[in-house]
Each structure stands twice: as structure tokens, then as C-alpha cells.
Design a protein around this ligand. Structure first.
Ligand SMILES: [Fe+2]
Length: 139
């Protein structure tokens, strides 16, 4: 599997009609985040091989990594792009994006719970100091 525009279209847009509008919104509001998501999906594909993941697990990992920041499509652009220090309220708003993204994924049962978990917990840390909440399934 090689991550490319065609693969992304095949994996996401063709299978999930919601996906096309989410990706368009992310690309419009946060083009850097969209390109970052593509790069993370490419890295996920590369690490899947040494991890000896099955094709099904690899596909889930790549999809989850591609979608990990999709919740940012619902965060105001001025908050994401702000170069000055964020206010406490803005920080709290940004910390919601993994939950928002997981809810977007969960709204379409075709994605599956593993992708939702990747999206929801990708900012969690091994010591529990990340976000959005301390109930990460990784701990
Ligand atoms: Fe990210």
C-alpha cells in the first residue's frame, strides 16, 4: 500500500460519503493539518511492516492516523492558526478536538471503533499527562 491521493480517495472518500465533506473542510480551514495528516498516514504505513501488522490492522492504523486530526476541522481557524499565546479558554477549546474527531468517526459506523480510539487518544501520553481524559486504553 502506497499512500497517495488515489489511495486516500479509495480508502476514505469512496467508502464514506461524510469523509469527502470533512476532508474538504479540513483542507479549506487548515491545509497544513491536512498535509500533516497525509504524512502521518505515510509514516504509519512504514512502521506497520516492522510491527508485522496484519493487512487489516495496518489499514486501520493508516486510516486512524490519516484521520487523527479531523476534529480540528471543527475548531475555529483563528484558534488553530493563532501565533500568539493561547488564552486558557482557547487551550481548552483546542483540547476538545480529539473528542470531536472521535464523535465524527463514531457518527459513521462504517469506520469502526479502533479508528475512533486512535483519533480520541492520539494526544494521550503513557504517563496519562496528555488529553482529552485519563481513561486512555493505552494505560
Ligand atoms: Fe497531528
Amino acid at each position: 500500500m502506497v499512500v497517495s491521493a488515489d489511495l486516500i480517495k479509495q480508502l476514505y472518500i469512496d467508502k464514506h460519503s461524510d469523509m469527502a465533506s470533512w476532508i474538504k473542510l479540513l483542507l479549506y480551514k487548515h491545509p497544513e493539518t491536512y498535509h500533516h495528516s497525509v504524512r502521518v498516514a505515510m509514516l504509519a504505513e512504514k512502521i506497520a511492516k516492522p510491527l508485522e501488522l496484519s493487512n487489516a490492522d495496518k489499514e486501520q492504523l493508516v486510516r486512524g492516523c490519516f484521520l487523527h486530526d479531523i476534529g480540528k476541522s471543527m475548531i475555529p481557524r483563528e484558534v488553530i492558526l493563532q501565533s500568539e499565546s493561547l488564552s486558557e479558554t482557547q487551550r481548552e477549546i483546542i483540547k476538545l478536538y480529539p473528542i470531536i474527531g472521535a464523535e465524527m468517526i463514531e457518527s459513521n459506523p462504517g469506520f469502526g471503533s479502533e479508528i475512533s480510539k486512535i483519533v480520541k487518544y492520539h494526544q494521550e501520553r503513557w504517563d496519562g499527562s496528555g488529553y482529552p481524559e485519563p481513561d486512555s486504553p493505552l494505560l
